[in-house]
Design a protein around this ligand. Structure first.
Ligand SMILES: [Zn+2]
Length: 767
């Protein structure tokens, strides 16, 4: 069954190729840029134009691009734009606004030429996010975010763009595009329209790339790190786990077959005002600070996870405003809670779901988002209004899309899990929306909430009305409680203190003490302003190590232990004297705000939601005995063994440990109707019977079909029950098993009894 999908997709992509080849024979933009020729930090762009039928036309560079939610005004970086006819005669051009050039006698236009400055270091009063901008470093590196170089004629965005680059020998073009032609000094790419062009960044430099295979997809990791502090090998090794986890999270397959992660680590240009990344359908581009790879990797993985999941929202699921993007007018959708918020949530959720982060780390991330959005943002602003106006009136609130936006998804996820008895969360919702819309269809902004309501539960209507469109702050205590998580707006706690002193680093890298807010413990030590810390309990202290030293000290201390702190203090003559200050270790009362914490004794309902939310099967199931689950034979033997015995209790933990968390059992009742139940329900229903009656079931025949990690077992049984009168019965258990995480799990057991008109065939009675 599964083979149909890729086959269909392959046919579609062939159709696409055919259409755009035909189109390119007729009408296309033909751009060329020579990267060997950087003059005055500018590149020259040449365009052989498509045929124009209007008498007058405007040539545009984009004002705004998808995913940025602010105006970039790329036209401001273009100089000296000229238009020529076929004979090389210049045509009259007048600039119109920041991003347009009106050209008369347009039917005669044959070619355009202009110079472009790079946005990273141009002295122009305008702001383009570095990850959406351009950087030209002759002979070293070129960051080509295409909207910064290439324009289009009005109403002519839907024809192909050919872009050709001459490049320094050996330079590699890191991009999600597949080159139409490539050599060591030239690359040519063809994009079917302006949307695809602007969706495709390219970075040129000497190559440092690593390819990882994720399911059916080739994922390229390309790195530019001028001081060689970061390598593609290291990044790829760390992304591998994330991407394999993402593949499982997305149902076993990535939605693309090629993807490029393109990283620019800045270590040779002036510090970028903002660092970050820009997402695309087949790639993402990162402008980050260079640093030792081990120090920055956690942050890189978090950002990468976020950008990668944009291929679902908004690149697959989005409204008309996104899919029919208007590059020259600012028209935004109201669903940033979905595009940025749910993406940010998924970026972290996938990591706990795939076991890359602990549930506590995940809660901490969410708590930090609550803290930021409650203390620094307008919590009662309608999120749909913020979204519509994120490039205008509410630009200052935009950053909340990564905070409260993600929390909306967290609460919606928990709410859906509750409404569905832990069967359906936001992961499933996004999956279903992806199937409904796909890459090519869009939703209307106003219809999305009702679509989700129809797909899920009527109760979500009020959720959206109150907390997303409305102004009611999210009641975190209510939603997190569904998974047995306490939300505490603030809590007090006691913590060791060395006196509540100010810790001021000195030029020499030591610590100078300030006594302004000193507490009672500080009084006991008797610090004086300007004391220089030398050691605490004989551990030497510097500005760099004080944090670790104190953490270590506090973890070892008991209240009342004596602490000795050596300080240098200037005497009346200005000479430093070494003094030892001593006081017993003591704690002070502190408060922290916005805490999320797992409660230790959740109810069964809370635990069910918690385990589904965190993909926490290990906690939901008792640990299995390796000797029961390493081989299929062991599982079958354990299954018979665990339910058999004299009247009395059974080891239901062992019983349940044989099953996958999603397993079911089913059997026919006396009326030949199928009854379905979970292993836990089986234990509940049959436990009382076994307590009173001896019961022994043994295997009398077996047939196994196995392929790789899947197996089916037909095992014929015979049982004897010590009832009055005694019961004896034969039949067949049909068992489906899968192998995961190095062990076998029972996925299902269904059985039917032997009867007069239904004898067990001899073939199933062979052992
Ligand atoms: Zn984003």
């Amino acid at each position: 069954m599964k083979t149909f999908k890729p086959f269909k997709a392959a046919i579609c992509s062939i159709c696409l190729v055919v259409t755009y080849c035909q189109a390119s024979a007729q009408q296309s933009y033909k751009y060329s840029v020579d990267l060997n020729n950087v003059a005055d930090d500018q590149l020259s762009v040449e365009l052989v134009c498509p045929e124009i039928t209007k008498a007058e036309i405007v040539f545009y560079l984009p004002k705004i691009v998808p995913g940025t939610y602010m105006n970039s005004n790329y036209g401001k970086y273009v100089h000296n734009l000229k238009a020529f006819d076929m004979a090389g005669k210049e045509l009259p051009v007048t600039q119109s606004g920041d991003n347009g050039w009106r050209i008369k006698k347009a039917t005669k236009i044959y070619r355009l030429s202009y110079q472009v400055e790079d946005t990273w270091d141009a002295g122009i009063s305008n702001m383009v996010y570095p990850m959406c901008g351009t950087s030209f470093e002759a002979g070293k590196n070129f960051v080509i975010n295409t909207p910064g170089l290439f324009g289009y004629f009005e109403d002519m965005k839907k024809i192909p763009f050919e872009i050709s680059f001459s490049k320094p020998a050996g330079f590699y073009a890191a991009t999600g595009l597949r080159p139409a032609e490539t050599s060591s000094t030239n690359d040519k790419f063809i994009c079917e329209n302006a949307d695809r062009l602007y969706d495709s960044p390219i970075m040129f430099s000497l190559p440092d790339t690593t390819v990882i295979k994720v399911g059916n997809a080739d994922v390229v990791v390309a790195v530019y790190s001028p001081r060689k502090q970061v390598t593609s090998r290291f990044i790829a090794a760390n992304l591998n786990k994330l991407l394999q986890g993402s593949k499982d999270y997305l149902g076993g397959k990535l939605p693309v077959d090629k993807y490029a992660f393109i990283y620019y680590f800045n270590g040779e240009q002036k510090k970028l005002g903002i660092t970050g990344a820009w997402e695309h359908s087949y790639s993402s581009f990162y402008a980050l600070d260079e640093g030792p790879e081990k120090n920055i990797i956690e942050n890189v993985v978090d950002i990468t996870s976020h950008e990668f999941f944009h291929i679902i929202t908004p690149l697959t699921i989005s409204s008309r405003e996104v899919k029919e993007f208007n590059f020259n007018e600012t028209v935004l959708s109201k669903h940033l809670w979905l595009y940025e918020g749910s993406t940010e949530y998924t970026a972290h959720h996938v990591q706990v779901w795939a076991g890359l982060k602990t549930p506590e780390q995940f809660l901490e991330t969410l708590a930090q988002k609550i803290s930021f959005s409650r203390s620094s943002m307008k919590d009662d602003l309608s999120f749909t209004e913020l979204s519509k106006e994120s490039a205008g009136k509410w630009a200052q609130q935009y950053v909340n899309v990564y905070m409260k936006g993600a929390l909306i998804s967290a609460c919606l996820d928990l709410y859906l899990l509750q409404l569905s008895d832990a069967q359906y969360g936001i992961k499933n919702l996004k999956h279903d929306l992806s199937i409904k819309y796909g890459k090519d269809k869009f939703f209307e902004d106003d219809e999305l909430f009702s679509v989700i309501e129809e797909m899920t539960f009527p109760q979500v209507k009020d959720f959206f009305a109150d907390y997303v469109a409305g102004t009611t702050p999210l009641p975190y205590e209510k939603f997190f409680a569904l998974a047995g998580v306490d939300y505490l707006p603030s809590e007090s706690y006691r913590e060791f203190s060395i006196g509540g002193i100010q810790i001021n680093p000195t030029k020499e890298g030591m610590i100078s003490v300030g006594t302004k807010n000193m507490n009672a413990i500080g009084e006991k030590f008797g610090y004086k302003d300007g004391d220089e810390l030398v050691s605490i309990n004989d551990s030497l202290i510097t500005a760099e190590n004080i944090g670790n030293r104190l953490d270590h000290l506090y973890s070892m201390l008991k209240e009342g232990d004596l602490i000795n702190i050596k300080v240098n203090r200037k005497n009346a003559d200005g000479k430093a004297e070494l003094l030892t200050l001593s006081a017993p270790a003591g704690k002070v009362e502190k408060t922290r705000k916005y805490v999320l914490r797992f409660i230790p004794n959740p109810t069964a309902a809370q635990l069910k939601i918690r385990n589904a939310w965190l993909n926490n099967h290990a906690a939901a199931l008792p640990a299995a005995n390796t000797a029961d689950v390493s081989e299929i034979d062991q599982v079958i033997k354990a299954l018979y063994d665990v339910i058999s015995g004299p009247a009395g209790p059974r080891d239901w933990s062992r019983f349940r440990s044989l099953f996958h968390p999603d397993a079911f059992m089913a059997a026919f009742n006396a009326k030949r109707e199928l009854r379905k139940f979970s292993p836990a329900q089986y234990a509940q229903n049959n436990g009382p019977f076994f307590l009173k009656n001896s019961f022994s079931e043994k295997e009398i025949g077996r047939k196994v079909n196995q392929f790789g990690n899947v197996a089916q077992v037909f095992t014929a049984y015979e049982f004897n029950a010590g009832t009055t009168p005694p019961m004896n019965q034969r039949g067949i258990n049909s068992i489906e098993l899968i192998k995961e995480k190095g062990r076998w799990f029972i996925m299902s057991i269904t059985w039917d009894d032997e009867s007069r008109d239904q004898a067990i065939p001899p073939v199933y009675l062979n052992k």
